[in-house]
Write a protein that binds this ligand. Structure first.
Ligand SMILES: [Mn+2]
Length: 387
């Protein structure tokens, strides 16, 4: 059996990033919609037995009816492939939600197709496939608040079909995994306890897979399929999960229309041509048509101007921004030690600080260096973001 797993689309998100133009923000909102359709088309292309959506398909209940219609039409387009939706903490099932009969009554143009199976109960329920080959068990978040109870700490009844899928919109707690908006927490032991074929998890926006005690894939997050900002950088997509009697195999499929990338460049000791070379190399390393944000850091030579040509990188990226707010100016320390500088304030300051540095212990030296630059910044009236 083959499944496509996609979650955390957050359709209807507002995207307002200060480093993008309003038109680029609009385009990224469009990309979120496009990507959902790409996910559905991938499901059709890969001839999956079902699509699994473990939560946060919509960003919140203010989603526009036309956006819900879009989702509905994309799901109808892949009929009869069943699409299982478990509402998450962003799109909980309650009267304000686009899954609810009261909402649908207000917007009769939105009719969920027969192949959409939406979980609506706050406790785990199981839906069996028509042919009895597999079942999907899930619950619906019914409010935007967190679910504190570790509901997976006891074994959930997932029926006895040969292939059993459990969908959960919650926070995996494991060493090195940072939990945002912790809700419905579970551990890897909780996953193993369920004894199901695959746990389709949503809520985290980065793809990750977790394994059972023998190292076999037991479940995973697809992450969000389309990044919406710098906290959602890199390749984004969906999972194609193949379940066989010997276990599950997972494939991450990139489907994002445009990806965000954030790259750091240290300008210390570099001239403008070298800095531009580093920016070009950063753009070279990512697919054309993506969004690149470069964070410059380090000390910039006083003679170097960071003026980039208007439209620089416009042919290689969809959006490009070079952030120099962390760049500090560099100083000609040798020059300030020259005899002709000996009487001036900067010269006297540098000489005195370097005397202190020579007398300092190894641990103190970094602090003395910092004092050197802070003092020179003050003398020259330079803030770190003066460039
Ligand atoms: Mn969530």
């Amino acid at each position: 059996m083959r499944f496509l797993q996609v979650s955390d689309v957050h359709l209807g998100s507002r995207i307002g990033l200060s480093w993008l133009t309003p038109a680029q923000c609009e385009e990224m909102i469009r990309c979120v919609k496009d990507t959902f359709r790409r996910a559905m088309l991938l499901a059709k292309e890969r001839q999956v037995d079902a699509v699994l959506i473990p939560g946060d398909l919509f960003d919140d209940e203010s989603v526009r009816p036309e956006d819900v219609s879009w989702v509905v039409s994309c799901i109808r387009e892949i009929s009869p492939i069943p699409v299982f939706i478990a509402p998450g903490n962003h799109d909980p099932y309650w009267p304000g939600s686009p899954y609810h009969p009261l909402w649908i009554a207000r917007y009769p143009q939105v009719a969920w197709p027969a192949n959409a199976h939406i979980f609506t109960a706050p406790s785990f329920q199981t839906i069996r496939s028509e042919d009895g080959a597999f079942s999907v068990t899930a619950l619906a978040h019914t409010h935007a608040g967190e679910i504190r109870e570790p509901l997976l700490s006891t074994r959930i009844d997932c029926g006895s079909d040969p292939v059993r899928i459990l969908m959960v919109h919650g926070s995996r707690e494991a060493p090195g995994v940072r939990s945002k908006d912790k809700t419905l927490p579970f551990t890897d032991d909780d996953i193993v306890r369920q004894s199901v074929s695959w746990v389709a998890a949503g809520h985290y926006h980065s793809a990750q897979t977790f394994t059972d005690s023998r190292g076999n894939p037991a479940g995973g997050y697809s992450g969000c399929p389309q990044g919406r900002g710098l906290d959602e950088c890199g390749p984004k997509g969906a999972l194609v999960v193949e379940v066989t009697p010997s276990g599950a195999a997972v494939e991450f499929c990139e489907i994002a229309s445009r990806s965000f990338w954030k790259v750091g460049v240290d300008v210390t000791g570099k001239g403008l041509p070298e800095i531009m070379g580093a920016l070009e190399a950063a753009a070279e390393a990512i697919p054309g048509g993506d969004l690149l944000y470069v964070q410059l850091s380090g000390r910039l030579g006083r003679e170097v101007s960071l003026e980039l040509q208007p439209g620089f990188m416009a042919d290689r990226t969809y959006a490009f921004h070079c952030d120099s707010s962390l760049v500090a100016p560099d100083y000609d320390i040798e020059g300030l030690l020259a005899p002709q500088e000996a009487e001036g304030l900067p010269g006297r300051y540098v000489r005195r600080i370097l005397e202190m540095k020579n007398a300092a212990s190894d641990e103190e030296r970094a602090g003395v260096d910092e004092a050197l630059y802070l003092g020179l910044n003050a003398i020259y009236g330079k803030a770190p973001d003066a460039h």
